[in-house]
Design a protein around this ligand. Structure first.
Ligand code: UD1
Ligand code: CA
Length: 469
């Protein structure tokens, strides 16, 4: 970061580093999974905090790990440096674990808790800006709220300056009435921080070292502490229980949905529209209620999606209609219509103007332009040529009990209702099958095949047998 000094254009590069505290047990979550790895709109809590901090820091962040350290480290990978806090003796003790890595290496340290996933980058920026103008060693983020949610209360002196943070369990009844709360984000002058952390005393009641005590420490030394009073309580939801998690999820979902709506996407009921982080949707697309968009999704313009639709890791072009269906790992080009009750699985590729009606399933198959597959069909490991019609109840019998076999169907083919296509199989352009045909041999161009009643041809060996009683 560059700053221009008051005297002229002197540029100074400031180093700003974030320390995220994520070592706590998260007991109140009652979970095997470390708290910070619980997902919110598709990404772990920790991801959200790291993402917000990226916008304001200049250095690699430090994550303090403890409970579930291996899992957290694995998730973090090389997106941050991890330090171990063992045993976990409180938030000040946690912050101290970063000393070795950061001492004399950075100008400012932003310390925050990894269980505050809704804080925005801009909020951290405000905090940093406030601290840059502060002659004292630290600034912190506070919020005014009616529901204290167990947060520490901000004590202010008669002159309005911050005096201390009082944790709820030690607060007097009077202090509990204080509406200004400690959010859990602090910006420090690095040169002051480390020594101050060492001077924090063990809390006599809990036997822990509290980071919040650092405020009193500065005040006792007559060093000014600044507070950024935040006005959006929703952004400061901290997660201690799964109830908080669901509240944060709802708040984040609204944030995501608002962004899409402001970009030109219509939603009939955003409260029942579940869109994960990173989903891309083009303008004039409408998302109807009870639709879930998970993972890596790109959706073009003027589509109508839903209601009651689940889509995962899928690409959709323009002008498509998806009604009451489940799509996973699929690609749809333009003007495709799907559903109701269709299922597209991994490797389903529906080219332009494909119509896939009710109760169909497609997996690992390409349906070329204009293919029609209206009712009750299964297409697996197949390619289907342009304009081919798949009659009701058609099945590609692609699995022989050991391996998947391909079916190749040409262009302008007409598959009669209830046809069984026993793969491996090829039907050339213009071929036709009669209703109920069981096709076991390749069909040449422009040829009609019919029939094949079932008949015993040989004994088979059972794979599983009824157990003797
Ligand atoms: C903390 C604050 C409180 C604030 C609230 C806001 C303290 C003492 N209290 O309370 O003032 O209003 O957050 O969310 O700081 N952690 C460690 N090592 C430890 C203990 C905790 O890394 O030894 C981590 C936790 O994993 C968690 C964070 O620090 O991410 C906060 O700890 P938590 O126990 O959730 O503190 P709160 O009770 O929420
Ligand atoms: Ca917390």
């Amino acid at each position: 970061m560059f700053i221009i000094s008051a005297h002229g254009a002197v540029e100074v590069t400031l180093k700003i580093t974030a320390v995220l505290l994520a070592a706590g047990q998260g007991t109140r979550m009652k979970s095997e999974l470390p708290k910070v790895l619980h997902p919110l709109c598709g990404k772990p809590m920790l991801w959200h905090v790291l993402e917000a901090l990226k916008t304001v820091t200049t250095e690699q962040p430090v994550v303090v790990v403890g409970h579930g350290a291996e899992q957290v480290r694995k998730y973090v990978g090389n997106s941050a440096e991890c330090v171990l806090q063992e045993p976990q003796l409180g938030t000040a003790h946690a912050a101290l674990q970063a000393e070795l890595l950061l001492k004399d290496k950075t100008d400012y340290v932003i310390i925050t808790y990894a269980d505050m996933p809704l804080l925005r980058g801009e909020t951290f920026k405000q905090l940093l800006e406030t601290q840059r103008l502060n002659a004292g060693p630290l600034s912190l983020l506070t919020v005014i709220a009616d529901d204290p949610r167990g947060f520490g209360r901000i004590m202010r002196k008669a002159d309005g300056t911050v005096e201390a943070i009082v944790e709820e369990y030690v607060a007097t009844l009077e202090q509990r009435e204080i509406k200004e709360l400690n959010v859990g984000a602090y910006c420090f002058k690095a040169e002051w921080l480390w020594d101050a952390l060492h001077r924090i005393e063990k809390n006599p009641k809990k036997g822990e070292y509290y980071l919040t005590d650092i405020v009193e420490l500065a005040v006792r030394e007559n060093l000014p502490v600044q507070a950024v009073v935040h006005d959006d309580f929703m952004e400061t939801i901290g997660i201690n229980t799964r109830v908080h998690l669901s509240e944060a999820e709802a708040a984040l979902r609204m944030r995501i949905n608002h962004e899409h709506m402001l970009n030109g996407v219509s939603m009939m009921n955003p409260a029942s529209t579940y869109i994960e982080i990173g989903v891309k949707i083009g303008k004039d697309t409408t998302i109807l209620p009870n639709t879930y968009l998970h993972g890596n999704i790109v959706i073009g313009e003027r589509n109508t999606i839903g209601p009651n639709t689940i889509i995962r890791n899928t690409t959709i072009g323009n002008d498509c209609k998806i009604l009451v269906s489940v799509l996973e790992g699929a690609v749809l080009e333009d003007d495709v219509d799907v559903g109701p009750f269709a299922r597209l699985r991994k490797g389903a590729h529906l080219k332009s103007h494909v119509h896939m009606g009710n109760f169909g399933e497609v997996k690992d198959s390409t349906l070329h332009e204009g293919v029609k597959m209206g009712h009750f069909s299964y297409i697996g490991n197949a390619t289907i040529g342009a304009r081919t019609n798949i009659g009701a109840g058609t099945i590609t019998a692609n699995y022989d009990g050991e391996k998947k076999n391909p079916t190749e169907i040409g262009e302008d083919v007409f598959i009669g209702s209830d046809t069984m296509l026993i793969a491996p199989l090829k039907l050339a352009d213009g071929a036709r099958t009669g209703a109920g045909a069981v096709v076991t041999k390749n069909v040449p161009e422009d040829t009609l095949v019919v029939g094949m009643p079932a008949r015993a041809i040989r004994k088979v060996e059972r794979k599983t047998k009824k157990q003797d009683p």
